[in-house]
Design a binder for this molecule. Structure first.
Ligand code: PLP
Length: 390
């Protein structure tokens, strides 16, 4: 059974308004997800926020199990946060680093992550080293293997980079992390929802993700996975009366599950939306989604490749739904604006969002056209036609 694309488009109202190739920015919400969020907000407005949360408690709770199901974890290893950055920061700053500890990261590392390595380097004197790419442009696991020594405390890489179409070999890297018993933090912001994630197979200790990208959840939602293996070893940099209990004048007790990384206050309507979005993925089947996304992105790259003056900029052995390209003599903003006039959404990858990767390829920017399963061959055809008119 393949995905029923007509049905899926029929229940995505955005499909009637735009050709949406900005799924790596924020996907279009499916109607059942949207309706669940609105309904929850209406219930809050009518009956009170606390009262509604009380009444819908079991549904809110089920969100943890659904996410755990999607990534092969257990509920007590999941924390709900407002975005991937908050989740990643919580994990990163929970590790007790000392001067001389080494962090190994990838060339395609996301700006916010790398900025925090530098921030910690300034404060604590940690060492940051970059694992080279192999000839395909993905993180080189063999090179990583050779870089491992006693000072390595953390391997922290981006699974699917924001800007270059590749899927990093997270499992190969996980094997090395497990073998050397170092922390392994995976930024899976672009992979959850398009690529099948199994945290046990990957062997990561921590994984961060956002709702609005390939998961199709509302903005302002995200989650963190932390393996039971290391939960006790991590100390959240911020606590509150939800993550810890005040037990005496000089005492408090931190929760033992992954919710010690959460705040008390949260966007409950957003969590309901996240819940529905994960159910939606589970219903469709992540393997079918991944197959469809790869099919469309492959087609997209092949069509772009033959356009004169257009260069596809994607790297790696395994490629995902993110398609990037440049056009001779045209800025990315020109292209974005031109396509916008025809209700075609794309975004721009800038140099500073993945500085090391862009520098190494001498690129200032690229146009990013990111597909999801609900996109069609006709939409890609239409896109290519417009681009060739330009
Ligand atoms: C978008 C993105 C982030 C940040 O996610 P937020 O939800 O905006 O915090 C982190 N890493 C990668 C690779 C991303 O693409």
């Amino acid at each position: 059974m393949t995905l029923d694309i007509d049905r899926l488009r029929n229940e995505t109202r955005g499909c009637t308004h735009v050709t949406h190739f900005n799924n790596a920015g924020a996907s279009l919400l499916a109607d059942p997800i949207l309706e669940a969020v609105i309904e929850y907000l209406e219930e809050e407005a009518c009956y009170g926020g606390y009262e509604t949360a009380g009444k819908r408690r079991s549904e809110l709770e089920a969100t943890y199990a659904l996410i755990a199901d999607l990534i092969n974890a257990s509920s007590d290893e999941i924390a709900l946060l407002e975005n991937a950055t908050a989740a990643w920061n919580m994990a990163f700053y929970s590790i007790d680093f000392s001067e001389g500890d080494k962090i190994l990261t990838s060339v395609s590392e996301y700006a916010s992550n790398y900025i925090n390595y530098l921030n910690l380097k300034r404060k604590t004197g940690i060492i940051v080293e970059v694992i080279p790419n192999d000839s395909s442009g993905q993180t080189d696991a063999e090179a990583l293997s050779e870089m491992m020594d006693e000072s390595v405390k953390l391997i922290s890489i981006t699974h699917i980079p924001t800007n270059n179409g590749l899927v990093n070999p997270a499992e190969d890297i996980g094997k090395i992390a497990r073998q050397h018993e170092v922390f392994y933090l995976l930024d899976a912001c672009q992979s959850v929802g398009q690529y099948p994630i199994d945290v046990k197979k990957i062997g990561c200790d921590m994984l961060s993700a956002t709702g609005r990208k390939y998961m199709r959840a509302p903005r302002g939602t995200g989650f963190l996975y932390v393996s039971k293996r290391i939960l006790e070893k991590l100390h959240p940099p911020f606590l509150d009366l939800h993550s810890a209990e005040w037990t005496g004048k000089n005492k408090y007790e931190v929760r033992s599950d992954a919710r010690k990384f959460e705040n008390w206050e949260a966007n409950y309507a957003g969590i309901i939306g996240l819940n529905k979005a994960v159910s939606y993925i589970l219903d469709l089947g992540i393997h079918k989604i991944w197959e469809r996304v790869q099919f469309l992105a492959d087609l997209f790259r092949r069509k772009l490749d033959v356009l004169p003056g257009v260069a596809v900029r994607d790297l790696g052995k395994v490629k995902c739904g993110i398609v990037t390209f440049t056009v001779n003599g045209r800025s990315a903003e020109d292209i974005r604006q031109f396509l916008h006039n025809f209700d075609i959404n794309v975004s721009i990858s800038t140099r500073s969002s993945t500085l090391l990767d862009m520098q190494s390829r001498n690129l200032q920017e690229a146009v990013r056209a990111s597909v999801h399963y609900y996109n069609t061959e006709e939409e890609i055809e239409g896109f290519i036609k417009k681009l060739s008119e330009l």
